[in-house]
Design a protein around this ligand. Sequence first.
Ligand SMILES: Nc1nc2c(ncn2[C@@H]2O[C@H](COP(=O)(O)OP(=O)(O)O)[C@@H](O)[C@H]2O)c(=O)[nH]1
Ligand SMILES: [Mg+2]
Length: 392
Amino acid sequence: MISIANPRAVTEPVAAETAAASGRGGPELCVVVPTFNERDNVDILIQRLDRALQGIDWEVVFVDDDSPDGTAQHVRALAERDRRTRCIRRIGRRGLSSACIEGMLSTSAPLIAVIDGDLQHDESLLPRMRDTLKQQVGREDTADVVIASRYVASGSPEGLSSDRRKRLSVFGARLARRLVKADVADSVSGFFMLRRELLDEVAPRLSGIGTKILIDILASATRPLRVVELPYRFRPRDRGQSKLDAFTKIEYLLLLAEKLSHRYFPHRMLLFGIVGATGIIVNLAVLRLLLIVSDMGFTAAESIATLVAMISNFFLNNMLTYRDCRLVGWQAVRGLVSFMALCGLGALVNIAVAGDVYLLTDMWLVAGIAGAAVGALLNYALTSIFTWGRRP
Ligand SMILES: Nc1nc2c(ncn2[C@@H]2O[C@H](COP(=O)(O)OP(=O)(O)O)[C@@H](O)[C@H]2O)c(=O)[nH]1
Ligand SMILES: [Mg+2]
């Protein structure tokens, strides 16, 4: 009779031996595809990957933010028949960059590509991107990142839907060049390939805000990177719609600000500050209005004005600062109550700090600014944790 004291001690070497004997470990290349409402494009993309990646051991990971059109369910059904296909379904979350990060972190493949799910990127470039990453340049130097570029010789940004978007894209790439530790023409490209070591190196410093994941990666590196750009033609979108909106540009500027400040000013803190400033305007406007149209006393008018400003701040923060994890339905009601309670606490601390500073300095302006600053920081930190469940 055979007795096994520690079953793991037996099964692990056996599993490793089996993998080694078959000559196949995990895949060599992982293609990460962020998706939101791209159901109709999934089958075509997989077919095209299959054709383009003949002879390469690859997998594809769709990272879907619970698209209402059922993209995730569709991918999962395909994955039941094809083990090269995987799906990460994120619930209550939005964001292209953060989706790419989660997809990239989910694989064991040594090479990782990111490609849009709307067929605008030319997947036939993938084998050349892989060869470039595997190639020896000089003695032992190999490229860290290969970018499919619209702005190097014979590349084309044709698929950008308007001249304005083309100009913005060129301007965005120029702005980013100051930040990136490499000479890159198209650092806002959404189509690139890198080695897993680079991802592991930069992962703790990634911001994950907005849509420009490549800049996030390049600007998070602590050493000069070897970047190769390959030209390609950015195709127009056939099916579905672009998900980018007016706020995408603001997110891009916030990403640059966060990177330039070496993350001393996280994008959420900046947005929370901007929303706070709008709150002062709302407060004053409502106060003035109430004093003109009603005969209520100052205290009552100021109380209502403060309440309106708090509600407006909550909804603006929920829409903008925390748009990637927006609270909806009852969650939003609960969030509003906790936001108001925590901001009330912030106001008490503001008054106490301002009072103490006034006693010490006898300067009302300094006391007022000190109280407001401490109160605002406290509001930001507490609501971030308790209202939206995020790290400040
Ligand atoms: N997971 C996820 N994917 C997104 C999100 N927004 C856009 N995408 C996907 O990212 C890719 C590029 O987005 P798209 O709207 O086409 O951007 P454009 O090509 O620059 O107009 C597409 O595959 C989209 O489905 C998002 O919030 N979450
Ligand atoms: Mg697109």
